[in-house]
Each structure stands twice: as structure tokens, then as C-alpha cells.
Design a protein around this ligand. Structure first.
Ligand code: GRF
Length: 209
């Protein structure tokens, strides 16, 4: 059985998708948040999942926050740490500690558009597709070996919100599938890249709205 600790900052819909996927040989050991008011915490607690808060506002520095967060995470002996809408920049020490066993999902086709407001930036650039990326976490924000990507086609009348809604649906399929592959031992990092069988093209592309 692999222990998974999921980190959230808000509504936690990706966390919910992972929990509801009932991934074989995986146990959601805890859901942690840096924000006491994260809606996803109550959802997890109602399902009997351990929850805890490490409030970043209580710490004088990023280092102190990350050290305490790591201590709480390690209490659950995680095989995998899953960042699911966890809105904190992490220190290099923290990312090193979980190297090769921490995943993130980002709402763009990385390496395009790291950071915030990804859909607005894609529309501004006239991109014809957008999407999301599951990747291993490294010290550099929204970088790291890519595990899986999902693609949506952009329409002329799209807005950041309409794109976000379509991409989010895809995230809810892509992230549990990536976690399942990690748990099954299918994700090997070779030369900084995830060496794994390519996804069938059809599974990458969401149907047009
Ligand atoms: C998702 O769009 C994810 O890609 C990004 O933050 C959002 C989190 O949504 N990192 P939720 O909290 O999982 O609903």
C-alpha cells in the first residue's frame, strides 16, 4: 500500500477526483492545507481522511513554513506527495526532500505559461490549444519532468473562465490517471524526462465544447 499526502489551498476539486478514483494499492493518508478556510479540508474530513493545517501566515519565513510543513507531511510517511492547487512557492530544500515523489498539476501546456493567469495569457497570445500538465516537482516553479498532458482546443469566443472550466474537467481525468501510474511504478525519470509509454493521442484531446 502506498501512502499519499495531498496538499491543497482551496476548493480541492483535483484532490476530490483523486480520492474518488479509488486508486488500487493507494491510501490517502492525509489532506493538508496552508489555509484554514480551504473548502477541500471539510470535504476530506467528512470522508474520514485525516486533515491538518499549516498556516503559512504563522511563519516568519518561507524556510520556517516549509520545515514545519515537511514535518507534518513526514508524520504520514508518504510514498507520494500530491500538490493539488497548493498555492505556495516552495523552497529548494523542500523540493529536494521529495524529489521523484512529488507531483503537481498546472493549468497550461508546460513549458508554456508557468505561473498565474495561464488561460488569459494563452488567449492573449492567440493560442489554438490550451491544456494542463502533470509534472514532477523540482526547485524551479512549474518545471520538472512531465508526466502527462491534456489538450483542449480554443474557440474564438472563449474567455479565461470558459477555458478554465474545460481544462479543469480534463485535470480531473489526467491527475488521478497520473497518480495511478506512479503508484503502479510506471513512472521512471531518465535523463530528466519521464520515460513511459506515450499516451494514445485520443486520450490527450478533450472533445470540443
Ligand atoms: C487547478 O486549475 C490546478 O491546475 C491549479 O489550481 C487549480 C486547483 O483547483 N494548480 P482545485 O483546488 O483542485 O479545484
Amino acid at each position: 500500500m502506498k501512502n499519499i499526502v495531498i496538499l491543497i489551498s482551496g476548493r480541492g476539486s483535483n484532490m476530490q477526483a483523486i480520492v474518488e478514483a479509488n486508486i488500487p494499492a493507494a491510501r490517502i493518508a492525509a489532506v493538508l492545507s496552508n489555509r484554514p478556510d480551504a473548502a477541500g479540508l471539510a470535504w476530506a474530513a467528512e470522508r474520514g481522511i485525516a486533515t491538518a493545517v499549516v498556516d503559512h501566515k504563522q511563519f516568519a519565513s518561507r524556510e520556517a513554513f516549509d520545515a514545519q510543513l515537511a514535518q507534518v507531511i513526514d508524520g504520514y510517511q508518504p510514498d507520494l506527495v500530491v500538490l493539488a492547487g497548493f498555492m505556495r512557492i516552495l523552497t529548494a530544500d523542500f523540493t529536494r526532500r521529495y524529489e521523484g515523489r512529488m507531483l503537481n498539476i498546472h493549468p497550461s501546456l508546460l513549458p508554456a505559461f508557468p505561473g498565474l493567469h495561464t488561460h488569459a495569457r494563452a488567449l492573449e497570445m492567440g493560442c489554438k490549444v490550451a491544456g494542463c500538465t502533470v509534472h514532477f516537482v523540482t526547485a524551479e516553479l512549474d518545471h520538472g519532468p512531465i508526466v502527462a498532458q491534456g489538450v483542449v482546443t480554443l474557440q474564438d469566443d472563449d474567455t479565461p473562465d470558459s477555458v478554465a472550466a474545460r481544462v479543469l474537467q480534463l485535470e480531473h481525468q489526467l491527475y488521478p490517471a497520473a497518480v495511478r501510474r506512479f503508484v503502479a511504478g510506471e513512472l521512471q525519470i531518465v535523463d530528466g524526462k519521464v520515460a513511459s509509454p506515450a499516451q494514445p493521442a485520443a486520450s490527450l484531446l478533450a472533445p470540443a465544447p
